[in-house]
Design a protein around this ligand. Sequence first.
Ligand SMILES: Cc1cc2nc3c(=O)[nH]c(=O)nc-3n(C[C@H](O)[C@H](O)[C@H](O)COP(=O)(O)OP(=O)(O)OC[C@H]3O[C@@H](n4cnc5c(N)ncnc54)[C@H](O)[C@@H]3O)c2cc1C
Length: 474
Amino acid sequence: MNSLRTSSRSRRHFLRAVLQSAALPLASSVSPAAVQPGTRVVVIGAGVSGLAAARELHAAGCRVTILEARKRLGGRVCTDRKQFGGLPVELGAQFIHGIRNGKGEVNPIYRIAQESGWKMKPFPEDSGETYRAGKPLSKAEDKALVDLLDEFETWLIDEFKDEHEDDISIPLERAIAANAKENELSSQELLDLRGIIASDIEEDLGGDARRLSVDGYDEDEEFAKGEDQCLIEGYDQLPALLAQGLDIRLGCIVSEIDYTKRQINIASSQGDFEAEHVVVSVPLGVLKAKSLTFTPELPDAKIKAISRMGMGVLDKVILQFPARFWPAGNWFLNLERTAPYGISFSSMEAAHLGSNILVFWHFGSHAIAHEAMPDAELIELVMGHVRQTFRDIDVPAPTATAITRWSEDPFSRGSYFYPQIGSPISDIKVLGEAVSDRLFFAGEATSKAYFGTVHGAYLSGLREAKKVIAASKD
Ligand SMILES: Cc1cc2nc3c(=O)[nH]c(=O)nc-3n(C[C@H](O)[C@H](O)[C@H](O)COP(=O)(O)OP(=O)(O)OC[C@H]3O[C@@H](n4cnc5c(N)ncnc54)[C@H](O)[C@@H]3O)c2cc1C
């Protein structure tokens, strides 16, 4: 997940975390032979959740094989080292989101990075500028904008959500309209509110306000204490570390899981595999696309949950210029008069000084439409936004570019889960439920507390490993 500014969303999450957070499962120290000797487990997917599960199960004494469709590790953690002169540039997950929660528990990814001695640099969300009609907002105007969002979110949670409790059919869009009416917002205030919601909520969750469920909004938690961190030498250090010593088959596309018999049969592009337990860690988007066949079919409740749940889209267009022409700061938001109302860029200077890289972030239906465009056309569209945002500057042509298309990616089919209208938040739990105590489901979309994040994926892998270990003893 991306998040742009310090808003009430983060602060409210912090308060919720103080009140609600349970003890976090921490990295493993299961003793070997915690399972029946020789228990065979196949993990499908070598993203962070699959790797975390496999590592834990391997440590417990299972014979683990990971089947991964891509020819690389990491899934949605994807560091490019080719297109920008060797600089590690993130095409997927970008930040370690926060350090501690309200109970003082440490983000497990931050802890791993610290213990591994990886170089990190903070990336404060509230550093940067917001522009309206080409002019940076003054400090007072910027504060008014953040206040507008704060007031909206307080009203949304304390009043609107209360009035419409458990109604899963109400999109955020309706709440925006109701708020504007109730508070008699001027047309400019409404545009501003839409702009900050675009950057702070829609982009963060990867879904359009007309699809985002008010019921599911704000149901997750955060490690809200401490700035986001960038891994200077690449996020891919994480999957590389987790994968050490594991049996991983790359380029192995799983097509069918037959769990009719005690020995589960897994059909793949590299032939059949057998195991007593299977951990499915493929993205929700892949399950929604029915790229995997289950025999017998998955329970009805799980099928319904999968079809209702939202798979959001967050994409990046990464542009490198001969020199930095934008001001110092991390995040730049241009408030626009038409949808999506807020256009965001981040600068990579805080992570890589002198890289001259600007990242354009787009989400939801806009991102899906952009993915269908040819590269040159999309770059020109984005350059139009750059020129529009930094209006008084003679913007040079980029020297290198990269485009992500997470929605078109057959092994992801979207960026991450978002609470979609029509889907109760309990769908997350249903997705994560084991089937017949032999088929287990990990992945960010199974994490109610931390969906859409690397730490959510990691913790879901540990959670499922624990379940497999318990089941293997029965
Ligand atoms: C653009 C973007 C920005 C993000 N930014 C952040 C951020 O800043 N911070 C953060 O914490 N999170 C961020 N995230 C979210 C984070 O990347 C994910 O939540 C996390 O990496 C998901 O891990 P996972 O193990 O659940 O899934 P994945 O990483 O997707 O792993 C699933 C694996 O299954 C494999 N697979 C799929 N189909 C098959 C098949 N048929 N057979 C075999 N294997 C298969 C896939 O190839 C993949 O490797 C971002 C995501 C995106 C897309």
